[in-house]
Ligand binder design. Structure first.
Ligand code: AMP
Length: 213
C-alpha cells in the first residue's frame, strides 16, 4: 500500500509517517529529509539546494523527482509513505508515472488539515533528536527529561534552519500556490481522505489507521 501524506509545513506529516514506519513496516520517503541529508553531507546537490531551502522556496521538480525515483527502485517494505512529496502538479504526474512503471499504484492521499495560526506555533517550537530523528516540541510534545530523547537517549537535539517565522511565511506561500492544487487533483481522482491535523497526535494516528484499514 502506497500513501501520500499531504499538508502544509508543520501539519504533522513526519510524525505520522514515523508512526506508520514503526507499526506497519512501511518506508518513509521524505524529500525534505533527503535534501537535508545532502545538505549536511555537503554533496554537490546539497550545496545547490542549501540556500533555496533556507529561504523556504521549493527546489526544482527535476531534483526531487530524481531523488524519489532512486529510492523507489532501491528501497522496499510494506509500501511507501510519501512525506512532503509531491508538492507540485508536475511532481504528482511524475509520481503516477514512476509507480505505474513499477506496476504499483497509490492507495490513498491523506490530507492533514490544520490552520495557519497553529502552524506558526508548531513550527517555531519544533526540535529533533539528531541521533534517531524523533520530533519534539517545546510545549506540545516535550521530552520527558530536558535535552534527552525519550526514544533513544540521544542528547544531540537539533532545530531546523528554516523553522523560523520568516521562512515559514515563504513555505506557506509556496504551499498555497504550488501544493494546495493537489488537493483538487487527488479529490478528482477519488483518492483524497481528509483528517483533522489539529487533534492530538494519537487521535490523528487513529484517524489515519481507520482510513488505511
Ligand atoms: P520539508 O522537510 O518537507 O518541510 O522540506 C524542507 C524544504 O525542502 C522545503 O521548504 C523545500 O525547500 C525542500 N523540499 C522538500 N520537498 C520538496 C519537494 N517535494 N519539492 C520541492 N522542494 C522540496
Amino acid at each position: 500500500m502506497n500513501i501520500i501524506l499531504l499538508g502544509p509545513p508543520g501539519a504533522g506529516k513526519g510524525t505520522q509517517a514515523r508512526h506508520l514506519v514503526e507499526t506497519r513496516g512501511m518506508v518513509q520517503l521524505s524529500t525534505g529529509d533527503m535534501l537535508r541529508e545532502a545538505k549536511s553531507s555537503g554533496t554537490k546537490l546539497g550545496q545547490k539546494v542549501a540556500a533555496i531551502m533556507d529561504t523556504g522556496k521549493l527546489v526544482t521538480d527535476e531534483i526531487v523527482i530524481g531523488l524519489i525515483e532512486e529510492k523507489l527502485t532501491s528501497e522496499s517494505g510494506a509500501g511507501f509513505i510519501f512525506d512532503g512529496f509531491p508538492r507540485t502538479l508536475a511532481q504528482a504526474d511524475a509520481l503516477a508515472a514512476l509507480l505505474a512503471k513499477l506496476g504499483q499504484s497509490l492507495h490513498t492521499v491523506v490530507e492533514m488539515r490544520v490552520d495557519d495560526d497553529a502552524l506558526v506555533k508548531r513550527i517555531t517550537g519544533r526540535f529533533t533528536c539528531g541521533d534517531c530523528g524523533e520530533v519534539y516540541h517545546d510545549d506540545i510534545n516535550p521530552t520527558a527529561k530536558a535535552g534527552i530523547c525519550d526514544k533513544c537517549g540521544g542528547t544531540e537535539m537539533t532545530r531546523r534552519g528554516d523553522d523560523n517565522e520568516v521562512s515559514l511565511r515563504t513555505r506557506l506561500m509556496e504551499y498555497y500556490k504550488k501544493t494546495s492544487p493537489l488537493i483538487g487533483y487527488y479529490y478528482a481522482k477519488g483518492d483524497l481522505r481528509p483528517v483533522n491535523g489539529l487533534a492530538d497526535i494519537t487521535e490523528v494516528q487513529k484517524s489515519i489507521e481507520a482510513i488505511l484499514g
